[in-house]
Design a protein around this ligand. Structure first.
Ligand SMILES: [Zn+2]
Ligand SMILES: [Zn+2]
Length: 135
């Protein structure tokens, strides 16, 4: 999926604001243990895009490195904002639900379903992947 966009988002308290200006490549729900714990939610919807189309407009997110990957969040209110794997420095993942309008980017599937919480029932008809996929 490639979708042209110019959209904005930010954290709960408003300290951090960002823009995505360009193509969004993929949108997936991630059920992995790390996303779950980092968000304290059963799964996280991610917008995958290139670093060059993502821009912080206001504020300075805090970073936490875990398992060699870097997540950012608002240091004031804690909203999870981005994910980066240093193995793919040109890419950044943005939490879809920190967007001002998450409805713009409906997810295309579920990743890391092998880690899914048992009481989450997936019946949206979207493809499910045991782990990661870029299809
Ligand atoms: Zn905040
Ligand atoms: Zn994950």
């Amino acid at each position: 999926m490639k979708q042209l966009t110019k959209t904005t988002g930010g954290c709960l308290c408003g300290a951090v604001r960002y823009a995505i200006r360009g193509e969004v490549h993929l949108v997936y729900n991630c059920h992995c243990v790390d996303c779950r714990r980092a968000s304290a939610a059963p799964y996280v919807s991610w917008v995958f895009c290139k670093q060059e189309v993502f821009e912080i407009l206001q504020g300075t997110p805090s970073e936490i490195e875990h398992a060699g990957r870097v997540r950012t969040f608002c240091s004031n209110c804690g909203t999870p904002l981005t994910f980066k794997n240093p193995q793919y420095p040109d890419d950044i993942d943005v939490t879809a639900c920190s967007l001002d309008d998450p409805a713009l980017f409906p997810p295309k599937g579920h990743l890391w379903v092998e880690d899914k919480v048992s009481w989450i029932e997936l019946n949206d008809g979207l493809p499910q992947f045991e782990r990661f996929t870029t299809n």
